[in-house]
Write a new protein. Sequence first.
Length: 473
Amino acid sequence: MKDTILAILLVIAAVTATAQEDTFKGKTIVVIGDSYVRNHRRPMKETWHARVAERLGMNYRNYGRNGNSIAFDRSKQGFGRSMLERYQEMTDTADFVLVIAGHNDAGMIGRCSDSLKLFQQRLDSLCTGLRQKYPQAAIGFVTPWAVERPGFAEVTQTICEICAIHDFPVLDAARTSGILPMDTTFRRKYFQGINDTAHLNAKGHALLLDWGERFLRMMAEQCAVHNPEELWIENGNCRIYGVLNHLNDGKLKHPVAIIAHGFNGTHDFGRNYFKPLSELGYMCYTFDFPYGSVNSRSDSNTMQMSILDEQRDLEAIVRYFKSRKDVDTTGIVLIGESQGGLVSALTASNLAEDVSQLVLVFPALCIPDNWNSRYPRLEDIPDTTKVWRVPIGRRFFEEVHSLRPFEVIGRYKKPVLIVQGDADKIVSMEDSRRAIELYHDAQLHIIKGAGHGFKPNEQQESFRVITVFLKRK
């Protein structure tokens, strides 16, 4: 009997090990970065990431460039364009993406008053671009070492904060790698030179093999848990592109949160909700409104943009999920940001029985009033209006001329949460307060100092409030 049990356990162990290796074998990993990736004057094959890829049987692509920066163009110094531009030159297919960078950005921080802000903005754009380029890949970042010079702490903190928004895991080399760039004895043994604080030698890279492999395995596990799937939904002649985040927890049904982006946004903004809502047991669907953005994968012709069409598209999405057997139809939640908030509010008022809870994040309920002030008469509306350099057709403004959201949103009687910053220059706080009075069961959470679009810490506060609200179900 004991021999039989032992044999079964050995078989299970062998199957598990095989499954783990199948996660990586033959998969492609692309690594972009600075000399941490290019390896300065030593062969790239000596780097810890190249050796981990070899150990796991992966196809390895190295896009490192000495002296390169995430956010700043260093072409004049001979170090090339920023990674924000270079990532577009990488192969179009990858299963894993690693960004190992920030050392040279740290050196740029402080050279001008806006350098840290520029770094934050461009890192955020890089994260968005990588997710658009690799919608199914596991993407992660690795920070610089703990170099005790100005800019390094700020860069590491910013990488952690921005990646948290995009739900990208971060391997914090400053705190967890055990690499000691300020220790002379350590540098003499493990760096390429005694005065070098950036480039490991072969012995130094060898220290990180298990550390790096654990991170790749964690990336794979996180990707498997979130399990995003591209999903097109039909609405008449329109096809709506989106990404559905599944849960692999063994349950047959889950509630679903449908995320509606704002003006000229895309489904990528909704990915930020995957982590906090999956922890609550929600599937998430984030999508591109047809005509809703110059970057929409559904249709990018913004001259056809229409609030009423967006409402019809969102209603079609609700009906689609109501028909799915793996959806708990008592838990269909709408979350709309800015213009997507207006559309979500209109949709909930029209499908009051189908939507269980409504979350409006800096909702642009003011859109009709704002544009009717600019174009008080239909004959005042031109054929094309550019809004933040995005061309919008006459139809959009003709439709909002007769749109009265405050007369209809109160039809929705179920719980509503509005989240807005008190420094929002786009959406009036008075409109949100007015909406609260119209709803039957509503609450307003004000984030101090936040504008129209939240910073990392403000977004985390928003997620915490939304999480508490959804737990009321």
